[in-house]
Design a protein around this ligand. Structure first.
Ligand code: C5P
Length: 227
């Protein structure tokens, strides 16, 4: 299991300060919407300058018509990131078109599909998708698997079932991790490191418990020891 640190701080400088603090650890860095919209490709280059071995997960959760998603995915190929994601609810045609478009690129990044956002409660989710989270997450994962994606973003609670209906090699990445039972914030379905390990999760994403800590490096080290 790998640790992916979410760079969700309010300014570029604060994110860079955090990266400097954890630069010697073997972790992935997650660049999300806020950071990418504000700091763009320059920020990705700045990460590699601090430590070229950092792997980058570009978390933009693409959702659009198939051709626009494939165009965007192709643009991502020029950024040198190691992983990016799209929404499974954009449909199988969109997912297939993305995978077809990038298939000819050498060392293409890992592509994941978002199933159910971990911030959804069961009730909120049902209002939008008219099915339970478990049912729909399985279905989205099966669609993503059939469309040739490498894995899904889901909660730790769905990881095992998703692997059972797809393949053990089909990756799961789970946000909403509170490594040692920290405050959940706006996340509804949180799990700790132990739970994620048992659920065969491939990547855990941790944001606030690391960047809000007095000493982020200590928290990273503590998590890595558990893995
Ligand atoms: O601070 P926290 O650990 O809750 O951060 C979780 C990160 O994972 C945030 O960057 C959030 O945008 C992202 N994320 C999520 N749920 C998803 C996909 C991504 O929380 N389904």
């Amino acid at each position: 299991m790998e640790l992916c640190v979410a760079l969700d701080l309010p300014t570029k400088q604060e994110n860079l300060d955090l990266i400097h603090k954890i630069k010697d650890y073997d972790v992935w860095l997650k660049v999300g919407l806020r950071t990418y919209i504000r700091d763009g490709e320059d920020f990705l280059l700045a990460i590699k300058k601090i430590n070229p071995d950092f792997k980058i997960f570009l978390d933009l959760k693409l959702y659009d018509i198939p051709n626009t998603m494939a165009d965007a995915a192709e643009s991502i190929m020029g950024l040198g990131v190691d992983m990016f994601n799209i929404h499974a609810s954009a449909g199988k045609r969109a997912m297939k078109e993305v995978m077809e478009r990038i298939s000819s690129y050498e060392n293409r990044p890992i592509v994941l599909a978002v199933t159910a956002l971990t911030s959804f409660s069961e009730e909120e989710f049902c209002e939008v998708y008219e099915k339970s989270i478990a049912t729909k997450a399985d279905q989205f994962a099966k669609d993503a698997y059939d469309s040739g994606l490498d894995g899904v973003v889901c909660s730790a609670y769905e990881s095992e079932s998703i692997k059972n209906i797809t393949s053990k090699e089909f990756m799961t990445l789970t946000p909403g991790i509170r490594p040692f039972g920290e405050d959940a914030g706006d996340q509804q379905r949180v799990a700790d490191v132990e739970f994620a390990l048992n659920a065969q999760v491939d990547f855990i994403v941790v944001g606030r418990p690391i960047y809000r800590a007095q000493n982020p490096a200590t928290v990273v080290e503590k998590i890595l020891k558990k893995l």
